[in-house]
Design a protein around this ligand. Structure first.
Ligand code: SAM
Ligand code: SF4
Length: 462
């Protein structure tokens, strides 16, 4: 096995944060100007923004985040839902309701049960799932995960089908990542939880996940196996220094860029929620104002990386975040194994969620906010992953590809799952956004495709 080494240099991060506090205004302005040109930021520049307490600068950071979001992603918000398949877990992560010390009846779904869950998710109109599982090499081995993925991709309910399965499972071997690649994994997602090694070792009390280095180098192995869309994240609230965590993310991203030519496809920003045996005491919850700072600085730093939020955040916070650069959101989610069939939406057994609106209510709300909920999975299916996706993003072509796909998939959703009022609202949103498609030929094609969808054709994308 290749050794990737530890690219998170603790002392470097600590020194950087310390030195950055003394940056002069001219330098800060230069960094903000650079961010405004959509050029992204180096970890050193990010450190300076993280340590700038001046309110005026913070206001400017929010404005730039909004501008980047508009310029690169437009009004689209990509929708997805989690699917928990197994809560068996051999790890003792002190913050998680699934940890091996919690006593409850553990389950893993049979393939028939998966079909039941997927039927419900497809009936909600979802096209993109994040498959989630605890770590247990005996009760939930890689072959089980592979079977789950095959079962999901094979399911079709009327016009419903899951077109992209992202996977969030424990750090594993190159061989196992290859198996996931073979059955068509979308993004491989894994949160580092905390980049601060000492904290990492304190909150991971037992099990294979306790090994910081093995967890940290998961994406190297995934990329070696040919998975080129990987999604990072940290669990905010674990360590007492959120600035450290953002720099950890930046250094991780840089390491992947330097080594494989492409960094994170997405970054998730989960904040810790209460869970069985975790009332948040002993942790460091991040307040709302800080959280908005976190998301906006990430948006400036990596303008082409998607930012994901889940139903850990309540509707008010989600409303603010969609302006600041969040590009993907879950809706109608259950964080319980078999939760969709049981109708268990808000009280998951892994942690307690905060937005229990139905998927359709969230989709309608996004449109009422003037935005475009998108069910697009085209890039992955057209092989535009890794650096090919980044190429598309960096040449500004998202507007001529992603927006059209967003509008077409919204139309498809409205026809298949919406009532009359919903369809009228969706048509208004689509009409309003057609002029934003810059290329005239593409605009004509989209109008033609919208008509074809009305006539019953499906799955049209660029
Ligand atoms: N078991 C795998 C792992 O730990 O990497 C993957 C799936 S785990 C179900 C997904 C994520 O849930 C974890 O990475 C962790 O960040 C998050 N999580 C665990 N406990 C949480 C809590 N109390 N509040 C919010 N998120 C939590
Ligand atoms: Fe298991 Fe993941 Fe929860 Fe840790 S975070 S206890 S590995 S499910």
């Amino acid at each position: 096995m290749k050794e990737y080494g530890n690219f998170i240099d603790h002392q470097y991060i600590v020194n950087l944060l310390e030195q950055s506090r003394f940056t002069d205004n001219q330098k800060i302005n230069e960094i903000l100007d650079k961010a405004e040109r959509f050029d992204g930021l180096t970890p050193e520049e990010v450190a300076i923004l993280l340590t700038t307490e001046n309110k005026n600068y913070q206001e400017r950071i929010f404005k730039i985040a909004d501008k980047i979001k508009q310029h690169i992603y437009g009004d689209r918000i990509v929708m997805f839902a989690p699917l928990y398949v197994s809560d068996y877990c051999v790890n003792h992560c002190s913050y998680c309701g699934f940890n091996c010390k919690n006593k409850f009846q553990r389950t893993r779904l049979t393939m028939d049960e998966i079909r039941e869950e997927v039927k419900i998710l497809e009936a909600m109109g979802h096209k993109r799932l994040a498959l989630e599982a605890g770590e247990d090499p005996v009760n939930c081995d890689i072959d089980y995960i592979i079977d789950c993925m095959k079962t999901i991709y094979d399911m079709k309910l009327g016009n419903g089908e899951i077109r992209r399965v992202n996977v969030n499972i424990a750090s594993t071997t190159v061989e196992n990542y290859r198996k996931l690649k073979e059955v068509g994994i979308g993004t491989y997602i894994l949160f580092q939880e905390t980049y601060h090694k000492e904290t990492y070792e304190k909150v991971h009390l037992g099990g294979p996940k306790k090994n910081y280095e093995y967890h940290l180098t998961a994406f190297d192995r995934a990329m070696e196996a040919g998975i080129d869309d990987v999604g990072g994240g940290v669990l905010f609230g674990l360590s007492n220094d959120w600035r450290y965590e953002i720099l950890g993310l930046m250094l991780h991203n840089k390491h992947l860029e330097d080594t494989f030519g492409v960094g994170f496809h997405t970054i998730s920003v989960p904040r810790m929620c209460p869970a069985e045996g975790n009332d948040l005491s002993g942790f460091y919850p991040v307040d709302d104002a800080t959280f908005l700072r976190i998301v906006s600085i990430i948006r400036l730093a990596v303008p082409f990386t998607g930012i994901i939020i889940s139903t850990r955040e309540n509707s008010d916070m989600r409303k603010e975040l969609i302006r600041l650069g969040v590009s993907q959101m879950s809706g109608g989610s259950s964080v319980d194994v078999g939760g969709y069939s049981k109708g268990n939406y808000s009280k998951g057994s892994q942690f307690v969620t905060s937005d229990d609106r139905s998927a359709q209510d969230i989709i309608r709300w996004i449109m009422e906010e003037g935005m475009v909920p998108s069910f697009c999975t085209a890039c992955y299916r057209k092989g535009r992953t890794g650096d090919r996706f980044m190429e598309l993003a960096k040449t500004g072509n998202i507007k001529n590809v992603c927006l059209p796909n967003g509008l077409m998939t919204l139309k498809e959703y409205a026809l298949d799952y919406g009532d009359e009022a919903f369809r009228v609202l969706a048509d208004k949103v689509i009409e309003k956004h057609i002029p934003d498609i810059e290329n005239e030929k593409v605009r004509t094609l989209v109008l033609e495709n919208l008509r074809k969808l009305e006539q019953g054709e499906r799955d049209l994308f660029l």
